[in-house]
Structure formats: structure tokens, C-alpha cells
Design a protein around this ligand. Structure first.
Ligand code: ARG
Length: 591
């Protein structure tokens, strides 16, 4: 379906043309003075010089041509030469009727369907998920859903941190604690046990312990490097133990991500590209891209137009070990070979921006990607506490995601049980609803900010049912659902209700907001910006609530009018629910 602004512009362009002017002057925008008109066109001002005519005269001629328009109820030329436009209720009704009838509310299928890989989540095995990982999960999930809804083929990949020194550290610490484990017996040739010799909580305690010990104890660090080497060169027991670590960790991660309603199509990790690294490195050398500098193998990536220093991309350390860069490059190579995406989007902390700039340049230079492959870095800012510093626990430690979510669930549960309207709500429904609303509070609180900005995680604000918050949007949806339920109880069918022409200001305003759906989704996709969807549904919810407060829907005696309103509610609910699904949360029946 054509966007309403395009439709309107077309109408005005035709009028410019009919009046003898360049059609291109007829571009229409949403009015910046909603008190004066709904839409405006400033083309006459732009054309004045070219046609040596007063802008007001041009505007008047165009307005004249629009008199009989099926689109505009009013097209008025005002000094010094603007066209003030209001659309016809009949046109608006028709537009919304079509929107309701079309799949995806008339959002057109993309001209070319793209294959897009989204690299997000990026947790590290055996390390607890902390709030830093929350943003990647929330934003990446929404970006994925938006791209998919647009009609593209989208593959979400978690890109686990499951390789390198961090794994060597864990193995070393396990060996210190349980030296007799069969995994460390290098003469052992039998099968290894099915059960891991540790639990997830032990694992999560082991990593920080090992990491801090390695910083003080050089011999220990040496052992960890040795263990890393043994693991990477395929020593059986080390591999088996590592597989156990992955299995225990991944099942815990899956549980955590499921609670966040975040899911991945691929659970690939850094380790998956280990075997293709030597080939990649060899070809970089053969083709003369990589050279040795201070013992390390590097690829120069600086460009003449650079205004800041872009250091070379390191491929191998002087001891021949591969790095974070190497795995990212090899992962790009593997994705190109196996998936051949048109685009890869990385949703990672913005502090890794320079790093990704190096990796992207290196991938282009060495021909790992096609020239037309888009590599996009969506860097997000830090989630801060109320003190403006990175979010911590009360004790000052790294806040675990699970605890954070637990706290918010508790808070929402209190709110829901305190509400007298919910006196009859069974305990388990109250708990489930609390979780649903809490998730909306957290996700909306994050997504409503532009991703690259830091923001303050303010749970009081995020969980408020007023203002630009997730719970406010959910209240709006549940309010609509409750009216529709009661309408049904009156023995009528909401699905059979037909839209009608608006007769009041707030009714027309709500209808106009609804027409903005496809623009909001398309912009959110084009700019990789879920906050555009938040802004849209906040405006839509406000418009709905104004309309709701001005009209008594359920007691309306004119059945046709009532049905028209109900149809409008159905469409508003559907658009809102579609949008929150794109953000990665959902609304309860009541709250
Ligand atoms: N595991 C990394 C971290 O915790 C994030 C991974 C980001 N993705 C990537 N392809 N490098 O910092």
C-alpha cells in the first residue's frame, strides 16, 4: 500500500502540474503547526523565484485545482505562500479500510528480498549474563524481528565467546581443584562421563576466581595458556571437558534468553571457525595482504581519507596464537561461504567500534566479502545506574541479569496486587502478568532510547504506568481489550464492526496516527532504529487515550457510530500488538 504522505503528495503534485508548474514542487509534509492544518506544502515558496511570481499567487492557483479533490477537505493558500491542507474524513476512512484488509496493514513487500545475518547476544561461556549483555539481546532481537517483518530472510546468530584463554583459565582452575578427573589423564582412551563434574553455579564462580588468580600468579597464567593451547590443538580430554563446559553453560543461557523472549537461529561460537583459520591466514599471506610487524602478522587498514589513526588489524600474535579479530574475520568468511548474506549487522557495545572498523576494512581489503556486502556496526551505549555510572549491584559488583529481572518482576507483582481492580485475579495469573509487564518495562525502557546513547536504568520510571513507558503502552492495549470484551458481552461482534468517517477531532487524530504504521516500520528498518517504533506507538497510544476520554464507547446508543468506534479500536489494538511484538514483548489480557 502506498504511504499516505506519498498519496497526498501525488495529489498535490498533480495540482501543481495542472496549474502549469513543476510537479516536484508538490511535496507534502506533516504540518508543523497542527493547530492550523494537518499537512502542508511549501512548494509555492520554492517556485516563486523560478516562475517570477508571488508565492501566494502560485499557492492560490494550486489550491483552486484542489477544490474538488477527493483527498482534501480543505486546501488553502495562506500568506506568504503556504498551502494548508486538511484531509477528507472519507479518504481517511477508505485508507484505513484498506489497511485493515491488507496483510501487514499494507506494508509492501521489499523490492529485493535480502538475506541478513544479525550477530547479537554475544555472551561468554561460563560467565554469568550481566546487564551489558542485556542491551545486545534486547536491541538485536528487535532489529531481527523488524527486518523479518519487512519481508527479509533474517538469521540471528548468538556468536558465543567459547574459545581462547577464557576456556584455558576455567580448565586450569578445574584441574587445580579436581586433579584426579579422568579428563586430565592423558593415557586414558575410554569414553568420558556423560555428566559434567560441576554445576552452572560452580562454573560461574570458577571463572572469576581463575581470572583474578592468573593476574597475580605468573606460573598459573602459564598453565592457563598451556591448557588453551592443548584445547585448541585437540587434546582429547581437554576437548571433552570443554564440551561439558559448553553444554552446562548453553543450557543455562537458553533458559535465561527464553525468559527474555530472545531466541537465536544459530548457536555458533568463536570455536566453530577454529579449523578454517589456518587456511584464511595462509591466503592473506599469499595474496600479500598480511605482513609481519614486530613479530605479529597484521593487515594494514588505514585509508588516505582517515582523520583519525586506524591501527593495523592484527591477525596472529607473535607466538602464532589467533585473536578475537581472527575469529571474527574467519566467522565472516564462513558466513559468506555458508549463508552468503547481503548484510551482516553486529549489535555490540559501542566501545568496540574501532575494533569493528578494523575488522570490516580488513574483510573488504582481503576479499572475504563481496564489494556490495553491507557490514553494519550497531554500537549501543552503556546502561547506567541512577548515579550515572555503569549499573552495579548494591554491593558494587557486576549486576547479574537474573537478579535484575527478579527484582523487577517483584516490583511489578506488588503493583498488580495492589490494584483493587485485580482483587479477583488468581495468584498465578498475577505472577505471569507481572513478568510480562516487567519485560515490557525493561525492553521499552531500553529500546525507546536511540541505541547509541547511554541511558539511565531507572526502574521507578520504567515501571510507571504513565508517560513514555512499556507499562503505559500495555495499559492502552489492555484498556482496548477490556472494551472489546464488554462489547462482546453486549452480544455484539467486534470483528463485524465497520469503520466509519470520523466525526470528532480526537477520532480523526487517532485515525491519522494509524496511517503512520508503514512509515514507522520502514524507517525503523532503514535506520536500524527500534526507537522509531517506540515513538510511533507512544503517539498512537496518546491519540487513543484522548479519544477514549472524550467518548463513551460502551454506552453509545447510535449502533452504527458505536460499531465504527469498535472497528477503530480493533485496528488500534492490532497495530499496537504488532508493534510491541516487533519490540519483543506482548500484552496481557488485563493488568
Ligand atoms: N563476546 C563478546 C563480549 O562479551 C561480544 C561478541 C560480539 N560479537 C562479535 N562478533 N565479536 O564482549
Amino acid at each position: 500500500m502506498e504511504k499516505i504522505l506519498d498519496l497526498i503528495s501525488r495529489e498535490v503534485k498533480e495540482a501543481f502540474s495542472a496549474a502549469g508548474y513543476d510537479a516536484q514542487l508538490g511535496r507534502v509534509t506533516v504540518s508543523n503547526r497542527p493547530d492550523l492544518c494537518e499537512y502542508q506544502c511549501n512548494g509555492a515558496m520554492a517556485g516563486a523565484k523560478r516562475y517570477r511570481k508571488a508565492p501566494l499567487a502560485i499557492a492560490a492557483e494550486v489550491a483552486e485545482k484542489l477544490k474538488e479533490s477527493r483527498v482534501f477537505a480543505r486546501a488553502e493558500a495562506v500568506a506568504p505562500g503556504f498551502l494548508n491542507l486538511d484531509i477528507r474524513e472519507s479518504f481517511l476512512k477508505k485508507y484505513l479500510q484498506e489497511m485493515s484488509a491488507e496483510p501487514k496493514f499494507g506494508l509492501p513487500e521489499p523490492a529485493a528480498k535480502k538475506k541478513i545475518v544479525i550477530d547479537y547476544g554475544g555472551p561468554n561461556v561460563a560467565k554469568p549474563l550481566h546487564v551489558g549483555h542485556l542491551r545486545s539481546a534486547i536491541i538485536g532481537e528487535s532489529v531481527k524481528r523488524i527486518a523479518r517483518y519487512m519481508g527479509h530472510e533474517v538469521i540471528g546468530d548468538i556468536h558465543l565467546g567459547d574459545w581462547g584463554l577464557q576456556m584455558g583459565l576455567i580448565i586450569t582452575e578445574l584441574r587445580e581443584r579436581q586433579p584426579d578427573l579422568v579428563y586430565f589423564d592423558e593415557t586414558y582412551t575410554g569414553d568420558y562421563p556423560d555428566r559434567a563434574p560441576f554445576t552452572i553455579s560452580e562454573l560461574e564462580e570458577i571463572y572469576p576466581a581463575a581470572s583474578s588468580r592468573s593476574k597475580e600468579d605468573a606460573v598459573y597464567k602459564e598453565k592457563a595458556m598451556e591448557a588453551t593451547y592443548k584445547l585448541q590443538s585437540g587434546v582429547r580430554g581437554y576437548r571433552a571437558l570443554w564440551e561439558q563446559i559448553i553444554a552446562v553453560s548453553v543450557s543455562d543461557l537458553k533458559r535465561n534468553y527464553a525468559r527474555l523472549q530472545v531466541s537465536f537461529d544459530l548457536w555458533k561460537g568463536e570455536s566453530d571457525v577454529h579449523d578454517i583459520i589456518p587456511g584464511m591466514v595462509a591466503s592473506m599471506k599469499e595474496n600479500g595482504y598480511a605482513h609481519v610487524s614486530d613479530g605479529a602478522l597484521v593487515v594494514d587498514v588505514k585509508e588516505e581519507t582517515d582523520t583519525k589513526e586506524i591501527p593495523p588489524c592484527m591477525i596472529l600474535k607473535s607466538d602464532g596464537a589467533s585473536l578475537y579479530n581472527t575469529t571474527d574475520l574467519a566467522t565472516i568468511m564462513e558466513r559468506m561461504e555458508k549463508i552468503a548474506p547481503d548484510e551482516i549487522i553486529y549489535v555490540v557495545d559501542k566501545r568496540q567500534e574501532l575494533y569493528f572498523e578494523q575488522v570490516f576494512r580488513c574483510a573488504r581489503k582481503t576479499g572475504l566479502v563481496r564489494p556490495e556486502t553491507r557490514l553494519e556496526f550497531l554500537g549501543f551505549g552503556t546502561m547506567n545506574g541512577k548515579d550515572g555510572k555503569p549499573f552495579k549491584t548494591r554491593e558494587g559488583g557486576v549486576m547479574r541479569l537474573e537478579y535484575l529481572i527478579g527484582d523487577i518482576n517483584e516490583k511489578m507483582y506488588e503493583k498488580i496486587s495492589e490494584n483493587p481492580d485485580n482483587a479477583a485475579m488468581p495468584e498465578d495469573e498475577a505472577r505471569a502478568t507481572a513478568e510480562q509487564v516487567a519485560l515490557a518495562a525493561v525492553k521499552y525502557g531500553d529500546l525507546s532510547n536511540q541505541a547509541s546513547k547511554d541511558y539511565i536504568f531507572d526502574i521507578e520510571k520504567f515501571s510507571s504506568s504513565e508517560g513514555d513507558t512499556g507499562p503505559y503502552i500495555l495499559y492502552t492495549v489492555t484498556r482496548i481489550k477490556s472494551i472489546l470484551r464488554k462489547y462482546k458481552e453486549q452480544g455484539k461482534t467486534p470483528e463485524a464492526a465497520l469503520l466509519r468517517e470520523a466525526c470528532g477531532g480526537s477520532e480523526k487524530a487517532l485515525m491519522m496516527e494509524l496511517t503512520g504504521f508503514n512509515t514507522a516500520v520502514e524507517t525503523a528498518f532503514a535506520e536500524t532504529a527500534p526507537h522509531k517504533i517506540c515513538a510511533y506507538i507512544y503517539g498512537l497510544s496518546n491519540a487513543f487515550n484522548r479519544f477514549y476520554h472524550e467518548n463513551k464507547i460502551l454506552t453509545e446508543t447510535d449502533a452504527e457510530k458505536q460499531a465504527g468506534w469498535i472497528a477503530l479500536l480493533v485496528l488500534t489494538r492490532d497495530v499496537l500488538e504488532t508493534c510491541i511484538d516487533l519490540l519483543g514483548f506482548s500484552a496481557p489480557e488485563r493488568m
